[in-house]
Design a protein. Structure first.
Length: 209
């Protein structure tokens, strides 16, 4: 079984993907973590998000240290901003596309895989068995992200997180390559007034009716 989950930042797509993977016994890949890992690697190399070098970005993809996908450092807003900028580059998306498809084709768990990101159902795995598109009101998402960052010990303010999220949404939705949008056959879920248990139950109702 292959499940594709797309959605906006802090919409709950990652939480759903992890919980579905555990419930169904599937392997999980957070593709956003790949872009964040590239972003972190670039920042460590001294790259500036305001004046990014595309060739260096592609080189970073080729030399990517996969271990960085599990580093708590990738969850910072600075890394998120860099990842969003890098993810809009066609050459970067192409460099990471095969890695994502290979994971789905040969997942660690033979039962299948769940991938979450921005273009899984539309580009990476257009023939996935199930596709979900997760979204929520931007103020709700900014509140969630602010709380998450504060709990992680970072000093942030809601208005700054909201501004960053608005800019990220714009880059994700209007980039020329693989913009964030629901696949034509995706199941859309608005999590604005739902908790994680509600979202999981709804998703499972489509997969295992």
């Amino acid at each position: 079984m292959i499940v594709a989950i797309d959605g906006s930042a802090a919409s709950g797509k990652g939480t759903l993907a992890k919980r579905l993977a555990t419930h169904l016994g599937l392997s999980h890949l957070d593709t956003g973590a790949l872009y964040r890992a590239v972003g972190l690697q670039l920042l460590k190399a001294g790259q500036d998000s305001k004046n990014i070098n595309e060739n260096q970005c592609v080189k970073s993809c080729v030399e990517l240290d996969i271990a960085l996908t599990t580093s708590p450092l990738i969850r910072s807003e600075k890394v998120a901003e860099m990842a969003s900028i890098v993810a809009a580059m066609p050459a970067v998306r192409a460099a990471l596309l095969d890695l994502q498809r290979q994971f789905a084709a040969t997942p660690p768990d033979p039962k299948g895989a769940i991938l979450d990101g921005r273009d899984i159902g539309t580009v990476v795995l257009p023939h996935a068995d199930f596709k979900f598109f997760i979204d929520a009101n931007i103020c709700t998402r900014a509140e969630r992200r602010t709380k998450e960052l504060l709990q992680a010990g970072q000093s942030v303010m809601f208005r700054d997180v909201l501004t960053d999220m608005q800019e990220r949404d714009s880059r994700d939705r209007f980039r020329s390559v693989a913009p964030l949008r629901p696949a034509d056959d995706a199941i859309s879920i608005d999590t604005s007034s739902m908790d994680a248990d509600d979202v999981l139950a709804l998703a499972l109702s489509y997969i295992t009716p």
